[in-house]
Design a protein around this ligand. Structure first.
Ligand code: HSE
Length: 307
């Protein structure tokens, strides 16, 4: 095994997926960044974590970032290094619907790829990470930035298009409810009525058009969905009410963020009052929640080899 570099740092943004009707296909990068530095050491795996939920992050080789780092070596048929020191600063809340596991996956893959002298390009990494996740809707925006549409083709390569859109204010409200992506996907039915499929696919092009052109008056209708949210709301107490309150308080659009439990809002001009109304809606249901005032990002992940 030849390492081109032995120390690299990686930055990966949060992301939101679906944006309403674009289930498993549409995603948007968010200007909130996890950072990690990797250093090859003689022996053993050492993890130091700071930031969001740092105490919940495994500190040994079961850490998902390290596991993803190893996955790239396995994918390339390379021997896994006997020692790695990983330091991470975590800003994307875990299990929130803001792409924290995608960020961890890409962090590991990008670091290993850089150390090995970049045998894979970004599109290869998009294919690999999307096949691991099963869908490209968080991977594509986190890797490339901006608004992305993506589909996994029969040959397992990802067809992807990136739109660099004007930076949009974003509000994410995360209730203190545990709902892992796997559990959230298990809530979805195998079969859906044709009218629901039509409901979603007829709105999805308007969603892209609204964000691409800046015709934000389309957003309210263009972010409606019948494929996943109705099945997920019952597992997130207060979510339906909080989205309703966001709209009443003037939000341009309000949806589940990815598989939840976080809620994603394009707040327009009234971010503070919308956040307050949503937090109150959760409180009324006895659920504590946190609001994050953020923005979209046209930047995706980056890697800096240091040595
Ligand atoms: N599209 C995915 C879902 C995003 O809604 O389940 C979370 O991985």
């Amino acid at each position: 095994m030849t390492h081109r570099y032995t120390t690299v740092t990686v930055q990966v943004p949060a992301s939101t997926a679906n944006l309403g009707p674009g289930f498993d296909a549409i995603g948007l990068a968010i200007d909130l960044w996890n950072q990690a530095s990797f250093k090859l050491i003689d022996k053993g795996y050492v993890v130091q974590a700071d930031g969001e939920s740092a105490d919940q992050v495994p500190k040994d080789e079961t850490n998902y970032i390290l596991d993803s780092f190893f996955q790239l070596y396995r994918h390339l048929g390379e021997e896994i290094p006997p020692g790695v020191s990983l330091r991470c600063i975590n800003r994307v809340p875990l299990a929130s619907g803001m792409g924290s596991s995608t960020a961890a996956l890409l962090t590991g893959l990008l670091a290993a790829n850089a150390m090995l002298g970049a045998p894979l390009d970004k599109f290869d990494l998009l294919d690999l990470a999307s096949s691991i996740e099963g869908h490209p809707d968080n991977v594509a925006p986190a890797l490339f930035g901006g608004l992305t549409i993506g589909a996994i083709k029969d040959d397992q390569r990802v067809m992807m298009h990136q739109y660099l859109i004007p930076v949009m204010p974003i509000l994410v409200v995360i209730p203190d409810v545990s709902l892992l992506t796997e559990e959230s996907r298990a809530l979805l039915p195998e079969m859906i009525p044709r009218k629901d499929a039509i409901f979603n696919h007829s709105r999805t092009p308007f969603l892209i058009e609204a964000l691409r052109s800046g015709n934000l008056s389309l957003l309210a209708e263009a972010t409606r969905d019948r494929l996943h949210q109705p099945y997920r709301f019952p597992k997130i107490p207060g979510s339906r009410q909080a989205l309703e309150r966001a709209r009443e308080a003037g939000a341009l659009a309000a949806t589940l963020s990815g598989a939840g439990p976080g809620l994603f809002v394009f707040p327009g001009q009234k971010r503070k009052s919308i956040a307050a109304a949503m937090l109150q809606a959760f409180e009324d249901e006895g659920v504590t929640a946190r609001a994050f005032q953020l923005a979209s990002s046209n930047q995706g992940a980056s890697v800096s080899p240091l040595k």
